[in-house]
Write a protein that binds this ligand. Sequence first.
Ligand SMILES: [Zn+2]
Length: 258
Amino acid sequence: MKWESIRLFAFISTFSIFSILEYFFPWRKRELSRLSRWPSNLLLILVNSLTLRLLLGAGSVGMALVVTAKKWGVVHLLKLTPSLSVDIALIIFFDLAIYLQHLASHLIAPLWRLHRVHHTDPDLDVTSALRFHPLEILLSMMFKFLLIVISGASVRSVVLFEVVLSSMAIFNHSNIVIPERFESLLRKLFVTPQMHIIHHSVEKTESDTNFGFNLSIWDRLFKTYQESFDSSGVIGQQKFRLASDQKLTSLLTQPFKK
Ligand SMILES: [Zn+2]
Protein backbone atom coordinates (compact mmCIF):
# COMPACT_ATOMS: atom_id res chain seq x y z
CA MET A 1 0.00 0.00 0.00
CA LYS A 2 2.93 2.29 0.79
CA TRP A 3 4.16 2.02 -2.82
CA GLU A 4 0.66 2.59 -4.20
CA SER A 5 0.42 5.82 -2.17
CA ILE A 6 3.81 7.01 -3.46
CA ARG A 7 2.67 6.40 -7.03
CA LEU A 8 -0.66 8.11 -6.55
CA PHE A 9 0.95 11.08 -4.78
CA ALA A 10 3.53 11.47 -7.60
CA PHE A 11 0.78 11.27 -10.23
CA ILE A 12 -1.53 13.80 -8.57
CA SER A 13 1.25 16.28 -7.83
CA THR A 14 2.85 16.12 -11.32
CA PHE A 15 -0.58 16.33 -12.96
CA SER A 16 -1.54 19.37 -10.87
CA ILE A 17 1.78 21.19 -11.36
CA PHE A 18 1.71 20.81 -15.16
CA SER A 19 -2.03 21.69 -15.40
CA ILE A 20 -1.27 24.95 -13.59
CA LEU A 21 1.79 25.62 -15.80
CA GLU A 22 -0.33 24.94 -18.92
CA TYR A 23 -2.93 27.41 -17.72
CA PHE A 24 -0.46 30.24 -17.08
CA PHE A 25 2.15 29.50 -19.78
CA PRO A 26 0.27 27.87 -22.69
CA TRP A 27 2.25 27.00 -25.82
CA ARG A 28 -0.10 26.10 -28.71
CA LYS A 29 -3.63 27.34 -29.40
CA ARG A 30 -6.22 24.61 -28.69
CA GLU A 31 -8.34 23.05 -31.50
CA LEU A 32 -11.10 22.04 -29.09
CA SER A 33 -12.07 23.44 -25.71
CA ARG A 34 -10.94 21.64 -22.57
CA LEU A 35 -14.60 20.89 -21.91
CA SER A 36 -14.93 18.76 -25.06
CA ARG A 37 -11.84 16.65 -24.22
CA TRP A 38 -11.09 16.61 -20.53
CA PRO A 39 -14.18 14.72 -19.24
CA SER A 40 -13.63 11.77 -21.63
CA ASN A 41 -9.83 11.77 -21.26
CA LEU A 42 -10.12 11.75 -17.46
CA LEU A 43 -12.90 9.14 -17.51
CA LEU A 44 -10.77 6.92 -19.75
CA ILE A 45 -7.88 7.21 -17.26
CA LEU A 46 -10.30 6.14 -14.52
CA VAL A 47 -11.66 3.22 -16.60
CA ASN A 48 -8.06 2.11 -17.20
CA SER A 49 -7.08 2.12 -13.52
CA LEU A 50 -10.24 0.18 -12.61
CA THR A 51 -9.70 -2.35 -15.43
CA LEU A 52 -6.10 -2.91 -14.33
CA ARG A 53 -7.05 -3.26 -10.68
CA LEU A 54 -9.90 -5.71 -11.45
CA LEU A 55 -8.07 -7.88 -13.98
CA LEU A 56 -4.44 -7.69 -12.96
CA GLY A 57 -4.67 -6.98 -9.22
CA ALA A 58 -1.60 -5.29 -7.80
CA GLY A 59 -0.13 -4.94 -11.34
CA SER A 60 3.60 -4.36 -11.73
CA VAL A 61 4.14 -4.06 -7.95
CA GLY A 62 2.48 -7.46 -7.45
CA MET A 63 4.67 -9.00 -10.14
CA ALA A 64 7.83 -7.50 -8.59
CA LEU A 65 6.85 -9.05 -5.23
CA VAL A 66 6.48 -12.50 -6.85
CA VAL A 67 9.79 -12.15 -8.73
CA THR A 68 11.63 -11.10 -5.54
CA ALA A 69 10.14 -13.98 -3.52
CA LYS A 70 11.02 -16.55 -6.21
CA LYS A 71 14.43 -14.94 -6.95
CA TRP A 72 13.79 -14.83 -10.71
CA GLY A 73 15.63 -12.72 -13.27
CA VAL A 74 19.02 -11.18 -14.00
CA VAL A 75 19.23 -9.20 -10.73
CA HIS A 76 19.11 -12.45 -8.72
CA LEU A 77 21.21 -14.41 -11.18
CA LEU A 78 24.03 -11.87 -10.83
CA LYS A 79 23.36 -11.52 -7.07
CA LEU A 80 23.11 -7.71 -7.37
CA THR A 81 22.46 -5.93 -4.08
CA PRO A 82 19.68 -3.33 -4.19
CA SER A 83 21.15 0.11 -4.88
CA LEU A 84 20.41 3.30 -6.74
CA SER A 85 22.71 2.24 -9.60
CA VAL A 86 20.71 -0.99 -10.06
CA ASP A 87 17.49 1.07 -10.05
CA ILE A 88 18.89 3.45 -12.68
CA ALA A 89 20.20 0.61 -14.88
CA LEU A 90 16.76 -1.05 -14.75
CA ILE A 91 14.98 2.22 -15.55
CA ILE A 92 17.21 2.62 -18.65
CA PHE A 93 16.53 -1.01 -19.67
CA PHE A 94 12.74 -0.56 -19.25
CA ASP A 95 12.88 2.69 -21.17
CA LEU A 96 14.57 0.99 -24.14
CA ALA A 97 12.04 -1.87 -23.99
CA ILE A 98 9.02 0.44 -24.05
CA TYR A 99 10.60 2.45 -26.87
CA LEU A 100 10.63 -0.83 -28.88
CA GLN A 101 7.08 -1.66 -27.75
CA HIS A 102 5.94 1.78 -28.94
CA LEU A 103 7.62 1.18 -32.30
CA ALA A 104 5.74 -2.14 -32.59
CA SER A 105 2.45 -0.36 -31.76
CA HIS A 106 2.90 1.72 -34.89
CA LEU A 107 4.10 -1.09 -37.17
CA ILE A 108 1.67 -3.93 -36.34
CA ALA A 109 -1.85 -3.19 -37.63
CA PRO A 110 -4.04 -4.53 -34.72
CA LEU A 111 -1.74 -2.85 -32.18
CA TRP A 112 -1.93 0.41 -34.12
CA ARG A 113 -5.77 0.32 -34.02
CA LEU A 114 -5.57 0.30 -30.21
CA HIS A 115 -2.72 2.80 -29.99
CA ARG A 116 -4.49 5.14 -32.45
CA VAL A 117 -6.93 6.07 -29.65
CA HIS A 118 -4.01 7.90 -28.02
CA HIS A 119 -3.16 9.56 -31.34
CA THR A 120 -6.68 10.80 -32.18
CA ASP A 121 -6.47 13.56 -29.58
CA PRO A 122 -6.53 16.77 -31.69
CA ASP A 123 -4.74 18.65 -28.90
CA LEU A 124 -2.01 17.61 -26.53
CA ASP A 125 -2.03 18.42 -22.84
CA VAL A 126 -1.62 16.72 -19.47
CA THR A 127 -4.76 14.61 -20.00
CA SER A 128 -3.44 13.16 -23.30
CA ALA A 129 -0.54 11.56 -21.44
CA LEU A 130 -2.57 8.64 -20.08
CA ARG A 131 -5.39 8.56 -22.63
CA PHE A 132 -4.98 5.02 -23.92
CA HIS A 133 -7.47 2.30 -24.84
CA PRO A 134 -7.99 -0.14 -21.89
CA LEU A 135 -6.88 -3.08 -24.06
CA GLU A 136 -3.61 -1.32 -24.86
CA ILE A 137 -3.15 -0.62 -21.15
CA LEU A 138 -3.66 -4.34 -20.38
CA LEU A 139 -1.22 -5.41 -23.11
CA SER A 140 1.35 -2.88 -21.86
CA MET A 141 1.03 -4.21 -18.33
CA MET A 142 1.57 -7.78 -19.52
CA PHE A 143 4.66 -6.63 -21.41
CA LYS A 144 5.88 -4.95 -18.17
CA PHE A 145 5.28 -8.28 -16.34
CA LEU A 146 7.60 -9.95 -18.85
CA LEU A 147 10.26 -7.26 -18.35
CA ILE A 148 10.05 -7.63 -14.57
CA VAL A 149 10.40 -11.43 -14.80
CA ILE A 150 13.43 -11.15 -17.12
CA SER A 151 15.15 -8.42 -15.10
CA GLY A 152 14.17 -9.52 -11.59
CA ALA A 153 13.37 -5.89 -10.71
CA SER A 154 12.48 -5.12 -7.09
CA VAL A 155 9.31 -3.29 -6.05
CA ARG A 156 11.41 -0.18 -5.44
CA SER A 157 12.90 -0.21 -8.98
CA VAL A 158 9.47 -0.86 -10.51
CA VAL A 159 7.75 1.94 -8.57
CA LEU A 160 10.60 4.35 -9.40
CA PHE A 161 10.22 3.49 -13.07
CA GLU A 162 6.41 3.88 -12.97
CA VAL A 163 6.77 7.28 -11.28
CA VAL A 164 9.41 8.44 -13.81
CA LEU A 165 7.30 7.15 -16.73
CA SER A 166 4.01 8.75 -15.68
CA SER A 167 5.68 12.05 -14.68
CA MET A 168 7.63 12.23 -17.95
CA ALA A 169 4.50 11.35 -19.97
CA ILE A 170 2.58 14.17 -18.26
CA PHE A 171 5.52 16.54 -18.90
CA ASN A 172 6.09 15.66 -22.55
CA HIS A 173 2.39 15.79 -23.47
CA SER A 174 1.84 19.08 -21.64
CA ASN A 175 1.08 22.25 -23.56
CA ILE A 176 3.70 24.46 -21.93
CA VAL A 177 6.12 27.02 -23.28
CA ILE A 178 9.76 26.23 -22.57
CA PRO A 179 12.52 28.77 -23.38
CA GLU A 180 14.09 27.61 -26.65
CA ARG A 181 17.71 27.39 -25.51
CA PHE A 182 16.79 25.42 -22.39
CA GLU A 183 14.55 23.09 -24.41
CA SER A 184 17.26 22.31 -26.97
CA LEU A 185 19.66 21.51 -24.15
CA LEU A 186 17.09 19.37 -22.31
CA ARG A 187 16.19 17.29 -25.38
CA LYS A 188 19.78 16.16 -25.81
CA LEU A 189 18.96 13.61 -23.12
CA PHE A 190 15.22 13.79 -22.37
CA VAL A 191 12.02 13.79 -24.43
CA THR A 192 10.47 17.27 -24.30
CA PRO A 193 6.92 18.36 -25.32
CA GLN A 194 8.43 20.13 -28.38
CA MET A 195 10.07 16.85 -29.44
CA HIS A 196 7.16 14.54 -28.63
CA ILE A 197 4.48 16.61 -30.37
CA ILE A 198 6.04 15.74 -33.77
CA HIS A 199 5.13 12.11 -32.98
CA HIS A 200 1.47 13.24 -32.84
CA SER A 201 1.51 14.84 -36.31
CA VAL A 202 -1.34 13.95 -38.72
CA GLU A 203 1.40 13.14 -41.23
CA LYS A 204 2.44 9.48 -40.95
CA THR A 205 6.03 10.26 -41.97
CA GLU A 206 6.23 12.42 -38.83
CA SER A 207 4.14 10.28 -36.45
CA ASP A 208 6.54 7.42 -37.24
CA THR A 209 9.36 9.36 -35.55
CA ASN A 210 10.25 10.31 -31.93
CA PHE A 211 8.94 7.15 -30.23
CA GLY A 212 10.84 7.73 -26.97
CA PHE A 213 9.09 8.19 -23.63
CA ASN A 214 11.83 9.32 -21.26
CA LEU A 215 15.28 9.36 -22.86
CA SER A 216 15.71 10.91 -26.30
CA ILE A 217 18.81 8.79 -26.99
CA TRP A 218 16.90 5.78 -28.43
CA ASP A 219 15.42 7.80 -31.28
CA ARG A 220 18.86 9.13 -32.19
CA LEU A 221 20.42 5.67 -31.87
CA PHE A 222 17.79 3.89 -34.00
CA LYS A 223 17.48 6.79 -36.50
CA THR A 224 13.85 7.62 -35.72
CA TYR A 225 14.65 11.11 -34.46
CA GLN A 226 13.03 14.19 -36.01
CA GLU A 227 14.11 17.64 -34.89
CA SER A 228 11.04 19.69 -35.93
CA PHE A 229 7.86 19.62 -38.04
CA ASP A 230 8.28 19.52 -41.83
CA SER A 231 4.49 19.82 -42.09
CA SER A 232 2.25 22.66 -40.86
CA GLY A 233 2.21 21.00 -37.44
CA VAL A 234 -1.42 19.80 -37.27
CA ILE A 235 -1.74 16.97 -34.74
CA GLY A 236 -4.18 14.07 -34.26
CA GLN A 237 -5.73 11.84 -36.91
CA GLN A 238 -7.35 13.20 -40.07
CA LYS A 239 -10.41 10.88 -39.75
CA PHE A 240 -11.18 11.71 -36.11
CA ARG A 241 -11.19 15.47 -35.71
CA LEU A 242 -14.70 16.14 -34.39
CA ALA A 243 -15.65 16.78 -30.78
CA SER A 244 -17.95 13.70 -31.03
CA ASP A 245 -14.87 11.54 -31.84
CA GLN A 246 -13.48 12.48 -28.43
CA LYS A 247 -16.43 11.10 -26.41
CA LEU A 248 -15.67 8.18 -24.11
CA THR A 249 -17.89 5.74 -26.05
CA SER A 250 -16.26 6.75 -29.35
CA LEU A 251 -12.79 6.26 -27.88
CA LEU A 252 -13.69 2.82 -26.50
CA THR A 253 -15.27 1.57 -29.75
CA GLN A 254 -12.87 3.27 -32.18
CA PRO A 255 -10.45 0.31 -32.67
CA PHE A 256 -13.33 -1.99 -33.71
CA LYS A 257 -14.86 0.36 -36.30
CA LYS A 258 -14.19 -0.16 -40.01
ZN1 LIG B 1 2.59 6.59 -30.72
